[in-house]
Design a protein around this ligand. Structure first.
Ligand SMILES: Nc1ncnc2c1ncn2[C@@H]1O[C@H](COP(=O)(O)OP(=O)(O)OP(=O)(O)O)[C@@H](O)[C@H]1O
Ligand SMILES: [Mg+2]
Length: 300
């Protein structure tokens, strides 16, 4: 077989050139139109998100003042109840009225405090939830300071802040090496704080926690993962754990409000990134944050 002559090469180049030209002619305008549509859709979603965050802020902020009133008036009610108790105790009554006074005293001493206890614990819970919503809305509205981040240092300091708990639990935490990324240090610290906090909190009762924080870079995307050997999550709950207030099995006796992972997701989204979760019930979980470098640089 003879090597292609120069003229054949020229012809091939011409054909390629023609192909590119016709491609440009027919597909490029369509492609540009699609890109424009996507950009418009993205800006509508961003506007709607910002609007929603403002609503969340206003609603949670405004709901707090009646709540503070309920807490204040409950305390006053408890004070009045103890004043009534003292008055009843001081009464010098005959046998019939004495029995009635004792019945009233029983209500004041047992039922009233019990009911006030419910009001106080429920308002405290509502207060925490409203604070959580405020927190989510604040996270969404925060103006980010994007810069190159040494993720080994950032994650080490997040883990360092939990060293007492880690020691108490006999937990083992392995970090990195983690690739650097561009991001907001405060927001990413909060996100990793939540993930490491969860890995410690949802530990298995059968073994000491082992937490591995790893990272890799693939093209323009950095993926950071927090892996634990905790209680894991059943498959049917995997999508819902990112929802605000959702707790597997209502949370049981483990303290928490179901806010942390919503904040992690919000932080990833603010970096134009995403989150992912793999988990096996009874074995452990891997929570990941992807931060695409190309959009993180201009994100705010
Ligand atoms: N590492 C984990 N292992 C097993 N289950 C987890 C893990 N992390 C989160 N979960 C489940 O997902 C739910 C939601 O987690 P999230 O961090 O949002 O809230 P929380 O820990 O319950 O409360 P908060 O973070 O507001 O204190 C948890 O209640 C728990 O059921
Ligand atoms: Mg949490």
């Amino acid at each position: 077989m003879s090597a292609p002559s120069e003229s054949q090469d020229d012809l091939r180049q011409k054909i390629i050139g023609l192909g590119e030209k016709s491609l440009r002619k027919s597909y490029y305008p369509e492609l540009q139109r699609r890109i424009k549509e996507l950009e418009e859709a993205k800006s509508v979603v961003e506007r709607k998100n910002a609007e929603l965050e403002r609503y969340l802020y206003v609603a949670s902020h405004d709901l707090r003042s009646p709540l503070v009133n309920i807490q204040g008036f409950s305390a006053r009610f408890a004070k009045h109840a103890s004043e009534i108790e003292k008055e009843l105790e001081a009464m010098d009554l005959d046998a019939v009225n004495g029995a009635r006074r004792d019945a009233a005293l029983a209500v004041i001493r047992e039922k009233v405090p019990h009911t006030i206890g419910f009001i106080v614990s429920n308002t405290a819970k509502m207060d925490r939830l409203l604070n959580g919503i405020l927190d989510i809305s604040r996270t969404g509205r925060v103006v980010m300071t994007i810069r190159a981040l040494d993720m080994n240092a950032l994650v080490s300091s997040v883990v360092g802040a939990k060293s007492f708990e880690i020691e108490e639990l006999g937990a083992k935490v392995e970090i990195g090496p983690l690739p650097p990324c561009r991001g907001d240090a405060d927001l990413l610290s909060r996100a990793f704080g939540n993930l490491v906090g969860n890995a410690l909190k949802y530990r298995s009762p059968d073994r000491a926690p082992v937490i591995t924080i790893s990272g890799s870079r693939s093209g323009d995307v950095c993926r950071y993962s927090v892996k634990d050997n905790g209680i894991g999550i059943a498959e049917r709950h995997l999508d819902r754990v990112w929802d605000v207030f959702f707790r597997v099995g209502g949370g049981g006796d483990i303290p928490g409000d179901g806010i942390g992972l919503s904040i992690v997701k919000r932080v990833a989204e603010k970096h134009s990134g995403s989150v992912a979760l793999e988990s096996v019930e009874g074995v452990g979980s891997v929570f990941s944050i992807d931060i695409p470098a190309e959009t993180a640089e201009g994100g705010s």
